[in-house]
Design a protein around this ligand. Sequence first.
Ligand SMILES: [Zn+2]
Length: 102
Amino acid sequence: MATEREMFLECEVKRRRVRVGGGYEPFWKVKTIADAIADNDTEFRCKSCGGAVKVVKRRSPEGPALHIEHKLKTDSEHCVDGLHFLKATDGRTPRMSATPVH
Ligand SMILES: [Zn+2]
């Protein structure tokens, strides 16, 4: 039996922009993980729940090799993009991560 895994391809990356009045301020921008890697982004989070994600690079003949997964199972259980949430049959409602990345 094949192991089902999380495979989502869009994340938020932390960027900096010029703040009105001077200096810089961080903001989160949605992009695909492939673009993020190409742009050398280093800080990622889930675009749906704000939770920590890990980048998975896998060389595989089928399916997208490059994707992201939640680091925490508790995020995956309550995020609209989470594998455990999608598989849950108890009608639970999604919520933001309890430990969001800032
Ligand atoms: Zn999430």
